[in-house]
Design a protein around this ligand. Structure first.
Ligand code: NA7
Length: 544
């Protein structure tokens, strides 16, 4: 019996029939997991969600570091499936903060009575496909098991935290943490000597906020980022009414754009217009909130080439204008990667932090961190004494959280082995040899909720198709998978996101294969492709 699970375990012999059985197991109760649970239940599936955290919310449960907030407009980030929910929920700020976002997802869980099918504090340690029964068996850290025909990994793309393998972390006498595991009770930073390693979107938000209370702040920066003002503000009563009245238009706009954000590119090239007109547009958009600065700008600002470099120069000068010390300013000006090739942090006073007397910027590209000592951080050039170290060092994106699940498919093949040279999937969703597994976290593109809803709808319909046609298995064919992997490499090579060393291509993790981890195509193209696949009887999938 190849790979079938005889239930002789360390705990004794357990009959398969005694293990909890479901139609679908969903791993993760964040934005995508909650909607998967809702949708699949509506379609008559029995579902159980396992969530590692002590509460629902995923990203918005774990990332409770000071300053954590949306960088896309709050009202584009909510679920669209319930008009009642849309009308009931008042987003308080244009770019809502983590506490409110976590409250929102808890509100959704309560409103739709999702909690009864969610098991919290449930870390999945393995998922094994039983080839005889065509069912996945999921094992939790606490010994609990469950079986289901389908398995959905709603584990997020940025959830496996990464801390560089610095020697000596355990010898540090002060407190330390990774931003993605910020303690629920907070960290006591007031008046302390705090060091932050990392200046990505997370570091930028965190540094700006904690600079208000720490005694002294040392920022260890390896790569300067292009950051732009977020310009957040509260939503007043008139705006609230307007937002609630225009949800259909807001969502329609989002669905038409490449990343499902509500901003449309200007169809003109930056290089087609006069320098004066170009600058006028750059300045006008710079004064606006959020992503408009680049997503409503000339279309070629976000493509490798002359327009991109022209805009990069504009942003570099904006940074220089805000920092008093010209030497520090030059350290904060990015020069080694194209504008937009890394995710662009939005900030609310980040650059002014470096004008404070109690803030020190340390260039750890010039003098890398050698180790953590009992007293603090030792770089090639100096030792920095600290009471607290915060690792804002990012995530093992997309595949990291999948590999941690120890997923074993047909013939005992592990997803870890299969993904050794980068993800091998068809459209991010399915991988040959892993039947009835939907790697939904690897298939999202752009604004998360806008991407998640149609994706979950598609996967749910695929499951209905399997159920209604009495199939037992669905998985990508090897041919479809090969073609998709080739497409990701070829199309991916041409886009901005693959041009820098970032989590988009796994380049932030030493030893990880350098491959675009998401689809290279826009959200509308991906939705159209999935619709075509379904219309053609799930072309590219093997149905058994
Ligand atoms: P990011 O964007 O991956 O940023 C991680 C930061 O940590 C970045 O500045 C890294 O420098 C730095 N880092 C990583 N390893 C080291 C070592 N060994 N030494 C010094 N500095 C290091 O993660 P975030 O959490 O900020 O953002 C992730 C996403 O969350 C973001 O894109 C948004 O979509 C939300 P590097 O740039 O690699 O030189």
């Amino acid at each position: 019996m190849a790979n079938s699970l005889q239930q002789t375990t360390a705990a004794g012999t357990e009959r398969v029939e005694d293990i909890a059985q479901f139609d679908v197991i969903v791993i993760g109760a964040g934005v995508t997991g909650l909607y998967s649970l809702y949708r699949l239940r509506e379609l008559g599936f029995s579902v159980r969600a396992f969530e590692e955290g002590g509460g629902v919310g995923g990203t918005w449960y774990w990332n409770r570091y000071p300053g954590c907030r949306f960088d896309s407009e709050s009202y584009t980030y909510g679920y669209s499936f319930s008009e009642e929910l849309l009308q009931e929920w008042d987003w308080k700020e244009h770019y809502s903060g983590q506490p409110e976002n976590e409250r929102y997802l808890n509100y959704v869980a309560d409103k739709f009575d999702l909690r009864r099918d969610i098991r919290l504090n449930s870390r999945v340690v393995s998922a094994v496909f039983d080839e005889d029964e065509n069912r996945w068996q999921v094992q939790l850290e606490d010994g609990h098991r469950a079986r289901a025909q389908f398995l959905i990994t709603s584990v997020g793309i940025l959830s496996a935290g990464y801390i560089p393998d610095f020697e000596g972390i355990d010898s540090f006498k002060g407190d330390w943490c990774h931003t993605g595991r910020w303690p629920k009770d907070g960290m006591d930073l007031a008046g302390k000597r705090v060091g932050v390693i990392g200046t990505g979107a997370t570091g930028v938000q965190l540094i700006t906020e904690i600079a208000k209370e720490v005694g002294h702040l040392t920022v260890f920066q390896r790569t300067a980022n292009y950051c732009a003002p977020l310009r957040n503000s509260p939503i007043d009563a008139d705006e609230q009414r307007e937002i609630k009245a225009s949800y259909p238009e807001i969502f329609k706009k989002c669905m038409e754009t490449p990343g499902s954000f509500m901003h449309q590119f200007d169809p003109r090239s930056a290089m087609e217009v006069s320098p004066e007109e170009r600058l006028e547009q750059y300045e006008r958009l710079w004064a606006e909130p959020g992503f408009k600065k680049w997503l409503s700008n000339f279309y070629d600002v976000m493509m490798p080439g002359e327009a991109n470099e022209d805009y990069a120069k504009f942003v570099r000068n904006k940074i220089r204008e805000r920092v008093n010390d010209p030497v520090v300013a030059e350290m904060l000006v990015p020069k080694d990667h194209m504008f937009g090739s890394k995710r662009l942090p939005c900030e609310s006073g980040y650059y002014e932090v470096f004008n404070q007397d109690n803030v020190l910027l340390v260039d750890v590209r010039e003098a890398p961190i050698e180790r953590i000592t009992p007293k603090g951080v030792k770089t090639r050039d100096a030792e920095y004494e600290l009471d607290v170290i915060i690792f804002a060092t990012g995530f093992d994106a997309v595949t990291g959280s999948l590999i941690k699940l120890d997923i074993q498919g047909v013939g005992g093949q592990t997803l870890k082995d299969k993904f050794a040279d980068g993800p091998r999937t068809y459209m991010g969703i399915s991988s040959a040899g892993f039947p009835n597994l939907f790697t939904i976290n690897a298939a999202s593109v752009g604004n998360f909720v806008r991407a998640a809803e149609p994706l979950v709808d598609w996967v749910s319909e695929a499951m209905c198709y399997v159920r209604d046609n009495q199939f037992t298995r669905i998985s990508a064919t090897l041919e479809a998978e090969d073609a998709w992997v080739k497409h990701v490499a070829e199309a991916g090579a041409k886009i901005l996101r693959t041009q820098a060393n970032s989590w988009f291509v796994g380049a932030n993790i030493p030893g990880k294969a350098r491959v675009l981890l998401t689809a290279p195509d826009s959200a509308p193209v991906m939705r159209a492709k999935r619709a075509e696949v379904a219309a053609n009887g799930y072309e590219g999938f093997l149905l058994q």
